[in-house]
Design a binder for this molecule. Structure first.
Ligand code: GLY
Ligand code: MN
Ligand code: MN
Length: 434
């Protein structure tokens, strides 16, 4: 059962922030994959955030001002299409089920919008997100403008509604955090299963199949992003997704995988030995990445800057690189010069929510923003060592990342993905059990 009030509250909040005007927020298009078949349909995140509605061909229109209204345009009921493609709400049922003030068939969008846009001072839309929609709305605005002699005025400003929406989405409410906890728990369980399954001789895609099976059997029908299952040297390719090599005794396996549940993403990385036992060199690098992650966790609390966890992780990683003789010089020197980026070239996290790399500005007025309760993000330090003449050979092709998902709380942070084994002994134990 849809909790209507949740979406109604979000729409009301957006309307308040708009002041006066009209917002037009379409959901995502269906995309063809090959003749007559489509990629699995995924609604637009912001549209879903405001409606809870997951059908394609739908548009939300909000009127803000003295008489706020929320209006949905969606597909009509169609007995013939429903035999082929399944249930669709249709305007009448959608109005009752999702709590809109009015609903219309999407075929009437154009005609109704010309009417609704008249005399609104501002038009809010996801400006720049889709050139076709921008053009369509401007053309529509032109049609309203053409009615000027009958006393109708067109909006004289067009604003990007995402500026307001993304700030709202940045702070997760209790419903969102509850869903994210479940997405995280399913994903952590999948990583445990992958650890139990992995052994030399198995293929990377066989491990991927275990992950996907675990997601789907819990009702999480889609991966939040294509899983990275990277044995040995492939772990040093940051976006490796071929997943088609054989796992070798003595190598590490890096898995970056998370499910999407009810529109929310989990994003977990674990790195572990294919044969279940870390070598001395693997252990050395792993301990450094884990310590860097602990430092980032410790810096994850309200009031700290967004950059504090990254800075904390970089200090530990850079010191580790000096200790391993990957770098020479002083700690401040290698941080200042950026020399550490040869082995750690990404940042320590990103906002997480409906989108894996979720929306929200990282800086406000040119300064890193402060962490606040309800902000959700990943903590994912890593170290990637490619073969080179000036690198100790024992460390070649070691690629390690450890990634958890957190939400800032009143006095620190909650680790949503704590159930995925992470310490050396936890990992060796779960792999020994098989
Ligand atoms: N899985 C995508 C990322 O870690 O950013
Ligand atoms: Mn990831
Ligand atoms: Mn991530």
């Amino acid at each position: 059962m849809t909790d209507i009030s949740l979406y109604q509250r979000r729409r009301a909040l957006l309307q308040q922030q708009m002041g006066r005007g009209i917002a037009v927020i379409p959901t995502a298009e269906e995309v063809e994959r090959n003749g007559d078949t489509h990629y699995a349909y995924r609604h637009d995140s912001s549209f879903y955030y405001l409606t809870g509605f997951t059908e394609p061909e739908a548009v939300l229109v909000l009127i803000a001002g003295d008489e706020p209204k929320s209006i949905l345009f969606c597909r009509e009921k169609n007995a013939e299409r429903e035999i082929w493609d399944g249930f669709r709400y249709g305007p009448e049922a959608a109005q009752a089920e999702f709590g809109f003030d009015a609903t219309y068939p999407v075929a009437q969008l154009h005609e109704k919008l010309v009417e609704l846009m008249g005399n609104q001072p501002s038009l809010f839309c996801p400006l720049g997100a889709d050139a076709d929609w921008d053009a369509r709305l401007l053309k529509l605005r032109g049609e309203v403008q053409a009615k000027v002699r009958s006393g109708v005025r067109a909006p004289n400003e067009v604003r990007d509604v995402r500026a307001l929406l993304h700030e709202m989405r940045l702070i997760k409410d209790s419903h969102e955090i509850a869903v994210m906890r479940r997405a995280a728990a399913i994903s952590a369980e999948a990583h445990r299963r992958a650890m139990r399954f992995t052994r030399p001789g198995r293929m990377e895609y066989e491990v991927e199949a275990e992950l996907v099976h675990e997601f789907v059997r819990h009702g999480a029908r889609h991966q939040a992003y294509p899983a990275i299952v990277a044995g040995g040297a492939s772990a040093c390719v940051l976006h490796y997704v071929s997943n088609d090599r054989k796992l070798r005794d003595g190598d590490l396996l890096l898995i970056d995988a998370g499910c999407e549940l009810e529109g929310y993403a989990a994003d977990i990385t674990r790195t572990f030995p294919v044969n279940g036992r870390f070598s001395a060199a693997q252990r050395d690098v792993y301990e450094i990445v884990l310590a860097a992650q602990s430092a980032a966790f410790a810096a994850s609390r309200p009031g700290n800057s967004w950059d504090a966890p990254h800075e904390a992780a970089v200090r530990v990683l850079a010191q580790g690189m000096l200790d391993l003789k990957l770098l020479t010089g002083t700690l401040d020197g290698v941080i200042e010069s950026g020399a550490y980026k040869r082995f750690y070239m990404h940042r320590t996290g990103h906002w997480l929510g409906m989108d894996v790399h979720d929306v929200g500005d990282y800086k406000v007025d040119d300064r890193w923003r402060s962490l606040q309760p309800g902000m959700a993000y990943t903590i994912e330090p890593g170290c990637y060592i490619r073969p080179a003449d000036d690198v100790p050979e024992a460390l070649w092709n070691i690629g390690i990342r450890i990634e958890d998902d957190v939400v800032i709380t009143a006095d620190g942070c909650e680790n949503l993905t704590a159930d995925a084994p992470k310490t050396l002994s936890e990992i060796e134990e779960i792999m020994r059990d098989e």
